[in-house]
Design a protein around this ligand. Structure first.
Ligand SMILES: Cc1cc2nc3c(=O)[nH]c(=O)nc-3n(C[C@H](O)[C@H](O)[C@H](O)COP(=O)(O)OP(=O)(O)OC[C@H]3O[C@@H](n4cnc5c(N)ncnc54)[C@H](O)[C@@H]3O)c2cc1C
Length: 603
């Protein structure tokens, strides 16, 4: 939650230490302390005449090994560090509930999507936003602004690490580097070779420059000067300046319970926020805003906060007794999330991983490579068949998903752009993430990247302390499942490729008992049954306050301003309108850096 030119109200009393600091200030800003929120706070507090007030629901856990030690990935899951939202089909979606948000508990992988995917953001905006430059060139410069990249040394290069200096920043707050414990065993090069053998996909030097359609070694957000510990938005943007920047105040363990408004649509004015201790005890505090309020509570938290504050679907809000401030039925809709499955092989006794990781070799096949004859095809369909199929079917998918968008016309336009990216721009539809030690000695974690299934985040209570309902509508478009099936089959073929002959002693997960070999890598039916039984959430939700034209179901415009409001912005993963062929954090840092400049420019 960010609030510009902000001052705490006196009713009731604020926590004393916070009140004392704020009393000295006349120009204060407030936000949620996640990936985007902390980034924006840091940039805005560069101006000493402004005071920033950072409100974070979670704790400051920078010294907790479950946070700073990237080798303990997943230790945070299910603990107080994790929102752990329940979703449909009983899958849990994770999200960081701690200073730094999800950047404090994520897998630390550092990748970017295709140039055309970022350029498509502009196609979804109106003429009036054409000069906002929501495109690759602009976002790439902001992603690089966020980054300090440490080039791989000779030892890491021998193990496969590589880079292109034009694709990285070298003076930003977030550290990206290859790990000192990088695997030197034969398994990661074998994966890169097997993927090339099976799909014809190219090995690229560095996928961070706008072309991710390749197999590549990728860096992590770790700090080589600090023992390869996690570089989160909290350690990157807050830690270096917190002792000297007296105009930046951090309040943890407090939850924003609502945005306060005056006036009526189309010029509703955010006048402040209300917040309370995160355990929902004690008094509520009000804070008033003289200029604007910015919400950065993530793709689940942001639509929840907007809805409890009176911005959303009138049918939902009025049934809960919430006073409607802005009729924006798509708040919480357009939810896009990916599903993951994990294939495993046991290794031969002679295999040594030679290192501790983290794993860092990833393949991003396009539709053509995924459905290639020896890749993920079932032997009866070609990639051209699939391309014809999606071009013919997407209007009917828009029809079936309309309830989770604005309407079928809007989704037809959005899906048309998504189809174009897949068919014409080779936007990767699948990620194959090679893993050492998971789910067996070696394995592939694989997920479809560009779902057409749309879901929603909908409140069932007027209190922010009741978690919202999160409905992903997993695989409600058959193409999403077809991609996942092809990805599983491709993963089987990759792990069975001769490149692994000296490493693997055979598939254990799912195993041919569960998905029998049928001469074509396993039947669609048996893969489908396994996938639907065991898939998990990737925890990459986006789209729930999408930056699009209002007639497409947008919640914010190209200035990140919520429609029908004069001074309320959103900046986090919820504004991404369509999914990307990438892990998300680099993009979110880019969005946040750009948001800070938009706010500073006063437009
Ligand atoms: C388990 C996991 C693994 C991931 N792995 C990777 C990876 O390896 N590489 C990669 O690039 N990306 C990864 N991601 C994705 C990436 O980390 C996220 O997409 C990104 O960090 C989201 O940033 P955000 O600012 O939108 O939200 P967040 O960083 O989640 O920030 C939202 C913040 O708002 C706070 N908040 C919410 N509601 C309130 C409220 N009412 N009041 C006050 N505070 C509130 C939250 O506690 C949180 O701190 C992963 C994500 C997860 C969850």
């Amino acid at each position: 939650m960010h609030q510009e030119s902000y001052a705490l109200s006196e009713t009731p009393a604020s926590p004393s230490s916070t009140r004392i600091k704020l009393a000295r200030s006349t120009q204060t800003r407030v936000r949620c302390g996640g990936t985007a929120g902390t980034t924006i706070a840091a940039r805005l507090s560069e101006d000493p005449s402004k005071t920033v007030f950072l409100v974070e629901a979670g704790n400051d856990d920078r010294t907790n090994p479950d946070v700073f030690d990237v080798y303990k990935y997943s230790a945070a899951f299910g603990t107080s560090l994790d929102w752990a939202w329940s979703t449909d089909l009983d899958r849990t979606m994770h999200g960081g509930r701690t200073l730094g948000g999800s950047s404090s508990i994520n897998g630390a992988h550092w990748t970017r999507a295709m140039k055309a995917q970022y350029d498509a953001f502009s196609q979804l905006l109106g003429e009036e936003d054409s000069d906002m430059n929501w495109n690759f060139d602009s976002l790439f410069s902001y992603m690089k602004k966020a980054e300090t990249f440490t080039p791989p040394d000779q030892d890491q290069r021998t193990k496969g690490a590589n880079y292109n200096p034009d694709f990285h920043g070298f003076s930003g707050p977030v550290h990206a580097a290859y790990p000192r414990g990088m695997y030197g065993g034969p398994q990661q090069p074998a994966f890169a070779n097997a993927v090339q053998n099976v799909t014809g996909i190219a090995l690229c030097q560095d996928l961070n420059g706008g072309d991710a359609n390749c197999v590549s070694f990728t860096p992590h957000t770790i700090n080589p000067s600090d023992n390869d510990t996690r570089s989160s938005s909290a350690t990157a943007y807050l830690s270096p300046v917190e002792d000297e920047r007296t105009n930046w105040i951090t309040l943890v363990n407090h939850q924003v319970t609502g945005v306060l408004f005056a006036g009526s649509a189309p010029s509703v004015r955010a006048t402040g926020v209300e917040f309370k201790k995160s355990d929902n005890t004690g008094e509520s505090f009000n804070a008033s805003a003289r200029q604007e309020v910015i919400v950065s509570a993530g793709a689940i938290g942001t639509p929840q906060l907007l809805q409890v504050s009176g911005i959303g679907d009138p049918a939902v809000l009025e049934s809960l007794g919430i006073n409607l401030k802005v009729n924006l039925s798509t708040v919480g809709r357009n939810l896009q999330e990916q599903a993951m499955n994990n294939l495993g092989h046991s290794a031969r006794p002679s295999f040594s991983p030679d290192g501790i990781g983290p794993a860092n070799c990833i393949a991003f096949p396009s539709l053509k490579e995924l459905f290639s004859e020896n890749g993920g095809s079932n032997g009866s369909v070609t990639a051209d068949d699939i391309a014809d199929y999606i071009m013919a079917m997407y209007p009917s998918w828009a029809e079936s998903q309309a309830v989770n968008g604005l309407n079928s016309e809007a989704l037809t336009t959005i899906f048309g752009i998504q189809v174009g990216l897949i068919v014409n721009d080779d936007a990767p539809v699948m990620e194959l993430f090679f893993d050492t030690g998971f789910p067996d000695d070696i394995g592939i974690d694989m997920w479809h990247l560009l779902p057409f299934s749309r879901g929603n985040v909908t409140i069932s209570d007027s209190s922010v302390f009741t978690k919202p309902e999160v409905n992903v509508n997993w695989f409600s478009v058959d193409f999403d499942l077809a991609v996942q099936i092809a990805g599983a089959r491709l993963s089987r073929r990759v792990l069975n490729n001769t490149a692994f002959d000296t490493i693997s002693s055979g598939e254990t997960i799912p195993g041919t008992g569960t998905v029998p070999e049928d001469g074509h890598g396993g039947s669609d039916d048996s893969w489908q049954a396994w996938i639907q039984d065991v898939f998990s959430a990737v925890s990459h939700p986006i789209g729930t306050a999408a930056m699009m034209r209002r007639e497409l179901g947008g919640v914010v415009d190209g200035k990140l301003r919520v429609y029908d409001t004069a001074n309320l912005r959103v900046a986090d993963a919820s504004v991404l309108p369509i999914h990307l062929s990438a892990h998300l954090q680099s993009t979110i840092y880019g969005v946040a850096e750009k948001a800070a400049d938009i706010i500073k420019s006063g437009i």
